[in-house]
Design a binder for this molecule. Sequence first.
Ligand code: SAM
Length: 257
Amino acid sequence: MQQIPSGTVDLVFADPPFNISYPYDKYHDVLSDQEYLAWSERWTTEVHRILKPDGTFWLAIGDEYAAEMKVLLTHQIGFHLRSWVIWYYTFGVHCTKKFTRSHTHLFHLVKDPEHFTFNDSEIRVPSARQLVYRDKRANPQGRIPDNTWILRPQEIPSGFDDNQSVWYFARVCGTFRERAGWHGCQMPEQVLGRIIRTSSSAGEKVLDPFIGSGTTATAAKKLGRKFLGFDISEHYITHCLARLKNVKSGDPLDGSK
Ligand SMILES: C[S@@+](CC[C@H](N)C(=O)[O-])C[C@H]1O[C@@H](n2cnc3c(N)ncnc32)[C@H](O)[C@@H]1O
């Protein structure tokens, strides 16, 4: 990121290692608290520098450091928190002796609280007033989704299977068609789709400093954005480039069926 000129990126999405001993191929996910937070301060300072004045930063973070990262980003680095989204997912790793994990925190942060992109018309969903109560006062444009992201049937009418009563943004599980199969932390394209559509416009630049399986770049390409991504693992990058070759601007995001 140090090679990127200041104030040139519209949207950064980052899903960094959570410092939970996750077995990545190259990165060793075990730092002391102090080292992890010092490293987080370094790379998030760079994110702030490279973003345009009206740019947006979305951070995915686990329970372990969510509180510390919120304080770091808003009190030290200078971001403004617009939303603290909980992405509720299914297919979490089953835990013994504690409750099974089923959420990740998604922080929606902006540099300038007065000027930032928020394309609400891109992400509105039908309201219960419209669909359930048939209330004539309902806004025909629907409503902005809640800050707990559970994709319900009315939020994705084209993709909802009539036999299911609930449809969630599941984690990308091993049997899903979109699963690239070589990265254990692959995020669903639908989650990135909502973030990219909300916080950037066609032709703008999206950057992911921890690209992993390439979900952000894939969703950005399909949605007609420019994209940049980094990973410490050459192996992941090779796969990511192959994944990108198979998609083009205008392709539908995976995971809606
Ligand atoms: C949680 S994963 C990202 C998963 C990604 N969101 C996806 O959908 O596939 C974190 C990634 O950060 C990479 N990584 C760790 N340290 C890094 C560093 N210093 N610079 C760049 N990438 C790094 C790891 O190799 C891993 O692929």
